[in-house]
Design a protein around this ligand. Structure first.
Ligand code: KIV
Length: 266
């Protein structure tokens, strides 16, 4: 029987050098399958904008869309720590709007923590959220909500200036009270240095093996979203292939009058 994972569990896992497993979920079915499979942390990522809604970036995702996904996932999760991703412009405008929106995630959606992107500039917001009892996960490196500022999807922290910024931001997030930090698409050596400098765990995605945990978009891990393939996203299954085959077999059977059979009829 899997035990309930709490923030304290995640912190203890870092101190005991146990790797943390994290994946994204956007609906009830995936949520209970991931939860039953023993993943430690489930993130309702704003990547739902890409893989569920078909947006090109995560920028159009709204609070209402996130809340729909979060509530669906909440009903499927019993053991994993549930984290909700704050969508673009739900926390950047003011600390008050961040408190209001993070509060909705907890009160209406039932998340146990929220994730927001950025370094030093979001620290006052993190401090306030933590102060009022809303745990926060940070996100540094390639932060998808800043894709236009970055001008593309490349690795972040490759130059010494940017690497130093990320190292400083990580310490600032920890000092502000974040309980963990996602490090996305940064050089493995930088992620190792950052992970060693912090008491809180780092959760890597395209950030090498020395992070304290790993997260992937579940649709990438299972080969369900095959419109883009990222070097860091190892495929553990080929669901898109299985779906295409299943659907085309079904269509052939229907067209040939082979479905339904007598046994499948009343
Ligand atoms: O939105 C998301 O799914 C994420 C993870 C990839 C970390 O932010």
């Amino acid at each position: 029987m899997n035990k309930k994972i709490r923030i304290s569990t995640i912190l203890k896992m870092k101190s005991e050098k146990q790797k943390i497993t994290a994946l994204t979920a956007y609906d009830y079915t995936f949520a209970y399958l991931l939860d039953e499979s023993g993943v430690d942390l489930i993130l309702v990522g704003d990547s739902c904008g890409n893989v569920c809604a078909g947006y090109e970036t995560t920028l159009p995702v709204t609070m209402d869309e996130m809340l729909y996904h979060i509530k669906s996932v909440r009903r499927g999760v019993q053991h994993a720590l549930l984290v909700g991703d704050m969508p673009f412009m739900s926390y950047q405008e003011s600390i008050e709007s961040a408190v209001h929106n993070a509060g909705r995630f907890m009160k209406e959606g039932g998340v146990e923590a929220v994730k927001l992107e950025g370094g030093e500039p979001v620290c006052p917001t993190i401090r306030r959220l933590v102060e009022i009892g809303i745990p926060v996960m940070g996100h540094l490196g390639f932060t998808p909500q800043s894709v236009h500022e970055f001008g593309g999807y490349g690795v972040r922290g490759a130059s010494e200036i940017e690497a130093e910024r990320i190292r400083k931001d990580a310490l600032a997030l920890e000092e502000a009270g974040a309980f963990s930090i996602v490090l996305e698409k940064v050089p493995a050596q930088l992620a190792k240095t950052v992970s060693e400098s912090l008491k809180i765990p780092t959760i890597g995605i395209g950030a090498g093996v020395d992070c304290d945990g790993q997260v992937l978009v579940t649709y990438d891990l299972l080969g369900l979203f095959d419109k883009m393939q990222f070097r860091f996203a190892r495929r553990y299954a080929d669901l898109s292939g299985s779906i295409r085959k299943g659907v085309s077999d079904y269509c052939s059977d229907v067209r040939a009058g082979k479905f339904p059979s007598k046994e499948e009829s009343y």
